[in-house]
Design a binder for this molecule. Structure first.
Ligand code: KG4
Ligand code: ZN
Length: 332
């Protein structure tokens, strides 16, 4: 079954074609317009999706070598995300489903991120625990089987990616902050200073990153500008280490508590090399397997939506054409 997946929940316009075995195309158009504002401007995001969504869909179909009449299902992200952005993808998906005469399936963006692991590692079988770390979410999810999700922990304030973005903005590194901080940190010393790690309740798996962000801000405010510039790599390395320590420790504890020996990672922050490396070391020392999608499948992409949609359509599920965007959608 050939499924077209459409993703427009935030600032990436993406479309992909998946046939259940091979990914035939995955086109991603990232909106650079937000960089100068240091974060995503919702109104600009939806306008840019309106401009890009049809060209991106056309390119995905052409790269896949499929015609509209070949498409047997349209999968689209319906939440969580920015209301206006979700609406653009949903409207296009509904129009296409109606004109082609194929089913529509609404995909939860968070579930899409989890399915990016199924796409990259077709032999991966639950049970596993997923660390979902993106700009909007930081969650530990126990997946006993595909389609069943138990949230073990989530952030009580900022998402990990949000903390990367805010600290990068504070240091004048630009947006998105994660890649800039990772790059700067390579030349820095993670032991330069010890920023606080919020482990919260030892036996629970919630996160908190706003205190860490404030601590970096207070640290920087006490310094002369020239000193900040000189020490930016050190500040980045120390900040990244504080985030990584908490994410890795909580993920390993969650996997142990759930009694699983497989960990998967998903979301934009999962691209971070230092995080991956520390997770790999800690997981392998406990004989746990670690799965991390390749970078373009960690960040937002249409392929994960097509993959999740394919799973549900194959199981006979679909969504009504009146499906509405759900900006605050989570796992039920
Ligand atoms: O999953 P994603 O593309 O979009 C959301 O659904 O949020 O994640 C974007 C987030 C941004 O906060 C970005 O700064 C962060 O992922 N990110 C990174 C890295 N690459 C992207 N964070 C840390 N290290 C990276 N290399
Ligand atoms: Zn995402």
């Amino acid at each position: 079954m050939i499924v077209l997946g459409i993703e427009t929940s935030c600032d990436d316009t993406s479309a992909a074609v998946f046939n259940g075995k091979d990914l035939l195309s995955n086109v991603i158009s990232s909106q650079l317009i937000h960089n100068r504002f240091g974060g995503v401007v919702p109104e600009l995001a939806s306008r840019s999706h309106i401009q890009m969504v049809l060209p991106v869909v056309r390119q995905a179909m052409s790269e896949a070598g499929v015609k509209q009449s070949d498409v047997e299902g349209i999968a689209v992200t319906y939440g969580p995300g920015l209301a206006g952005s979700l609406l653009v993808g949903l409207s296009v998906a509904k129009g296409l489903a109606l004109s082609i005469g194929c089913p529509l399936i609404g995909v939860n963006h968070l579930e899409g991120h989890i399915f990016s692991n199924r796409l990259v590692y077709p032999d991966l079988k639950p049970p596993f625990v997923t660390l979902l770390v993106s700009g909007g979410h930081t969650q530990l999810i126990h997946v006993p089987r595909w389609g069943t999700y138990h949230i073990m922990g989530r952030t009580r304030d900022d998402a990990a990616g949000e903390a990367f973005d805010k600290v990068a903005k504070l240091l004048g590194l630009g947006y998105p902050g994660g890649p800039k901080i990772e790059q700067a940190a390579r030349a820095g010393n993670e032991k330069y200073t010890r920023f606080p790690r919020a482990f919260l309740d030892k036996d629970r798996f919630d996160f908190s990153f706003s205190g860490l962000k404030t601590s970096v801000m207070l640290h920087v405010r006490k310094m002369e500008q020239a000193d900040v510039e000189k020490n930016t790599p050190n500040i980045c390395a120390s900040f990244q280490k504080a985030v990584t320590d908490v994410l890795v420790k909580k993920t390993i504890s969650a996997a142990q508590a759930a009694g699983v020996d497989q960990i998967t990672m998903a979301g934009g922050v999962a691209v971070n090399g230092a995080l991956q490396e520390q997770m790999r070391i800690e997981a392998s020392s406990r004989k746990m397997s670690l799965y991390v999608p390749t970078p373009s499948f960690c960040t937002d992409n249409g392929a994960m939506v097509a993959c999740a949609g394919h799973y549900y359509l194959s199981a006979g599920h679909n969504s009504p054409l009146c499906l509405a965007p759900q900006p605050s959608l989570n796992f039920s």
